[in-house]
Write a protein that binds this ligand. Structure first.
Ligand SMILES: Cc1cc2nc3c(=O)[nH]c(=O)nc-3n(C[C@H](O)[C@H](O)[C@H](O)COP(=O)(O)O)c2cc1C
Length: 220
């Protein structure tokens, strides 16, 4: 797939076929993503790929926590709030996603079910967790973002769709324990991925984007 086409057609998928991602496809993705740039080539990323029975077991653990609204302990603090324009875009995203599913804004149970789908990895056959050393700071998080974006684009080029999930990081200590990852590591993001179920209602949803003129200033 041509690069511009790949960037333009990527979207967050939230419904998947059960078909596993073949190991050679995952290897191809990882082989491409290792070329990600990083601050002084420090390459902070540490990747855990979870599928099969382990993925199902992990889902059970974190779904139960999320359902019980257990206390959250993300390694990166969740945003406390947003400036008005960003907040408006976030609300618009939430409202249009609910509308796609026919869930009324006041339908607390419907909204809760939607939230909980995160912890079933939206039915994906695979979830990938990106960690970095606990001593690393902001610039390494920047590198992790580059890695995550390369990862989802490489996957998309292979017909594998994905969704980044900050929500999963709420249960970072439990995920690290389950995966045998040292407590001292920082969990940056979870990414559910697989072959998309194009019939899934949530996959009909597409987010709105700003036009370049809205975020670009030209100085000539
Ligand atoms: C850092 C980050 C965290 C995200 N966390 C979640 C999440 O927990 N659950 C979810 O369904 N989508 C999550 N998303 C996906 C965003 O909602 C999505 O990228 C955004 O609405 C734009 O839509 P698009 O990816 O289809 O272009 C996250 C995206 C990013 C970049």
């Amino acid at each position: 797939m041509e690069a511009l086409e790949c960037i333009k057609t990527r979207y967050s998928a939230r419904g998947f076929k059960p078909k596993p991602i073949p190991r050679n496809v995952m290897n191809q993705i990882l082989e491409a993503v290792r070329n990600t740039p990083s601050y002084t080539n420090t390459q902070p990323w540490e990747v855990v790929v979870v599928s099969g029975k382990k993925k199902d077991e992990l889902s059970k653990v974190i779904f139960a926590l999320a359902k019980a609204k257990a206390p959250t302990s993300p390694d990166l603090p969740m945003p406390k709030g947003w400036p008005a324009a960003h907040d408006a875009r976030g609300h618009e995203h939430g409202a249009r996603r609910l509308a796609t599913l026919g869930i009324e804004r006041g339908d607390e149970a419907g909204r809760e079910n939607l939230r909980l789908l995160n912890f079933e990895f939206y039915g994906a056959p695979c979830v990938v967790f990106l960690f970095m050393d606990g001593s690393l700071e902001e610039w390494s998080i920047f590198d992790m973002g580059l890695f995550a974006q390369n990862f989802i684009l490489a996957a998309h080029s292979q017909g594998v769709e994905s969704v980044l999930q900050a929500s999963l990081t709420n249960y970072a200590p439990q995920i690290k324990k389950f995966l045998g990852v040292a407590e001292s590591k920082k969990l940056i993001i979870g990414i559910s991925l697989g072959y998309p179920d194009n019939e899934a209602k949530l996959n009909k949803y597409r987010s709105l984007k700003q036009k370049p003129a809205e975020f670009t200033k030209w100085c000539e």
